[in-house]
Design a protein around this ligand. Structure first.
Ligand code: HEC
Length: 132
């Protein structure tokens, strides 16, 4: 008899303990918290490594038939710099003229493969040194 009471009591205690276990907070995230940072990073095409946007098909069509897209993704240049590389390929490497598409292609190249900022901070502007 006593044993049964003990078993029932411990059952009640266990069930109560389980029920009290705290659930992880289920407060919904605000819209800001729920927006992943990765949305700001442009999507990259796996096969070529090129950034995918509306100009991407043009880049595939005009820039990847002679050489790897790596030549693009590993380079950094201003819009003018890209224009002169294209001029050079057109003058010496048999690259065709793009006509109307050239500004769009240059915008793409300058936007995603423009010069990157230096990783180092600026030197400190020291007005006066301590006397040691
Ligand atoms: C008709 C063939 C052809 C096409 C199409 C072509 N290129 Fe090139 N490109 C070349 C050749 C050839 C080289 C020199 C490759 C080498 O040095 O190994 C080159 C070199 C480059 C380089 C390296 C330049 C340097 O100074 O090191 C870049 C960057 C480049 N191309 C970007 C592009 C871009 C952007 C496009 C599209 C707008 C493009 N290429 C389309 C033929 C082409």
């Amino acid at each position: 008899m006593k044993i049964k009471v003990l078993i029932i009591l411990s059952g009640i205690i266990i069930i109560t303990l389980l029920a009290c276990e705290t659930e992880p907070s289920s407060v919904p995230l605000t819209e800001e918290e729920n927006t992943p940072d990765t949305l700001a990073v442009p999507e990259v095409n796996e096969a070529t490594g090129l950034v995918m946007d509306e100009t991407f098909p043009l880049i595939i069509a005009h820039c990847t038939s002679c050489h790897s897209a790596k030549l693009i993704t590993q380079n950094r240049a201003t819009r003018d710099g890209w224009a002169s590389m294209i001029d050079w390929m057109q003058a010496t490497q048999g690259l065709w003229k793009f006509d109307d598409h050239e500004p769009q292609i240059l915008d793409y190249l300058a936007k995603y493969y423009g010069p990157t900022e230096s990783g180092r901070r600026e030197n400190l502007a020291v007005e006066e040194w301590y006397e040691l």
